[in-house]
Each structure stands twice: as structure tokens, then as C-alpha cells.
Design a protein around this ligand. Sequence first.
Ligand code: SF4
Length: 366
Amino acid sequence: MTISFPYMESSVVYYKLFEMLGHEVVAPPRPTQKTFKLGVKYAPEFSCFPFKVILGNMIELHEMGVDTIFISGGYGPCRAGYYGPVQKKLLNYIGLDTDVIIFEQVRGGWKDFLNNVRLLKKNASIYRMIKSVYTAYKISVSMDSILKLIHRRRPYARDKSRLSELWDEFEQEYLKVESSRDIERVESRARERIEDLEYDFPPESERLRVGIVGEIYVVMEGSTNNYIEEMLNEMGVEVERSHYLSEYIESHMIPWKKKEYLHILDKGEKYLEIIIGGHAKRSIGHIVDYKERGFDGAVHLKPFGCLPEIISQSMLDRVSQDLNIPILPLSIDEQMGETHTRTRLEAFLDLVRGRKEEQASNKQEK
Ligand code: SF4
């Protein structure tokens, strides 16, 4: 059985998990225009954009000889719960015999869950299974901490592209780890190499910080959003986003960590009282949080066809006025060109900079 999974940033984590459990695993290709075209060709027109990208990626995996694809399930009011079964049917309809295993959380039913655990575990012992899951989680925590550091440092690096190259190199290093000690070693070496670069740090008062919020797939997967984090960093802006894999694991799968993330939902309560699916309420909560933490603006990413984020996007004007924070809404689909994204960001940053300078001069006059 040759297995794989649809690509999403932090694929190293999933790859390592399957590898440590003894699977023959194929690394999925990062989505490109070809992936988007395949997905758009075979998916229903009004399915959400991540559905199309993942479907396109599945077809590419079939072309690479993969016979079994693991994907996560979903629940709640958004369409994520239909992804697996519909994609399975579509692959079948196209005539591809790839098997799709949908890994639902326990609430999807114990029988299916245990059956999937058995498939995932393969011949590994329970001890090895737990150790592998724990190691994969630690890799995600470590990689995210390095990624966050890069998002804060890249705007000031003299050679910004070097940090992107370093990230690729770090990913290769993480692919070789076997234990918690290896992870610590790779992380500390990565921090040293980042610190060793040359930077021009402006005074604290001149730094711009922008939060990126929205639907999890398009926020995390750079190929879908024209690598917006790098773009903002290259324009001299620090970024933080509302989704990182390690935080997703902690807020959804680790009961004693879950409560650390509830305050974000509380912050969105004034605008959205109920959970309407996806991460709509969190998107609003994160904007409130960014404002409270002194960020200068927020970018909201809504995939084409995404029902929850259409709702949250419709509230952005009010949120922006109430909190006095500029918010740039971007709708993401296969036709969003790089130049379009760049132009929208440049115009947005002109506004953000202008407001910051105005606020600083008002302060001085007082
Ligand atoms: S959150 Fe939006 S894009 Fe994501 S699965 Fe749900 S409807 Fe689709």
C-alpha cells in the first residue's frame, strides 16, 4: 500500500507520522496552477476553493502511483464534512481507483475511528503509535515556533530570500528527526542560523504588524494565497496568522490545551454568537485580539464558495469601524493573480502606514 495525503503547509509533520508508523509514504506535491486546473475541471462549480485544490492534489497523487490517500474529516455546519465522501465519488467517477480514508474525530463514531486507527497503526505497537503521534506533534510545535520567528524577522533581513531558503533547509532537517532530542537540536540550530543573518531593525514605534485571518486552508497554504506572508514580509511588515498546525492540534485534539484557545472565541462573541462552521467566529475573535495586542491591520482570506467566511467577511466593515483597525478582505480562487494580490496589499499598506504616522503625530502634538 503506497499512501499519501493532500498537501498543506507543514506536510513534513504528516509525512513523518506515516513514516514512523512504517508506511510506504509518498510526499505530496505542493499545489500549483496545474493542481487548481485539475480541481476546477472535476469539482462542482460552487464547491469551495480548498475542496478543488485538494481534489486536484489527489489526482496528482494518483498520477504519482499512490493508491491510498488519508484525509481528515470534518463536522459542524460547514461543508468540510462532505469533502471526503464527495471527493471519493468524484475520483471514482473519473475512473481513478485510489482509495480515500477519511479520518474523522471520535465524534464521527467509535467504530470508524478505531478502524482508521488500525489502518494508520499498521503493524506498529501501541507504544510506537503513541510515540510517533507525540513526536509528530512536537515537530509541529517546533516548526511553528521557527516559522513565527521568520515571520517577525524577515521584514528586516538584508537578504530576505535567504530566510525563505533557510526554511526549506530546516524542513529537510526536520524530515530526518527521530526523537524529541533531535527536534530540540534542529530547532536550536535553526534559531542560531536565523540570528546569524544581518538585520536592520527599525525603532519599535515604526514597525508594522498585520494579522492574517480567515479559512484555515487558504491561511496556512501559501500556494493558494500567492504566498501572502512572504509578500507582506518583503514589503517590510511583520505577520502573524490565525492558524498554525500545532495550534490546530492543541485546540481541537488535546483536551487540557483546548481551554487556552477559548478566549479567541469569546472575543468574537459580540459579532457572532453561535459557531457557524469553519473558523468564522475565530476569524473575528483574532481580529479583536490583534487590535488589543497593538497590530496595525488585518487581512481576511475567504475562499470562493466558503459559507462561514462569507458571513464573517460581511461583518468586517463594522468590526473595522468599532475597533478602528484597517481590514483588507481578499477572496481567494484559482484566478487570483500575484499582481492583483500585490497591488491590493500595497494600497492597503499605504493606508495602514498613513494612519500610523497620523496617530504618531497626533500623539506628539498632545
Ligand atoms: S470553512 Fe469554508 S472553505 Fe473550509 S470547508 Fe468549510 S465551507 Fe469549505
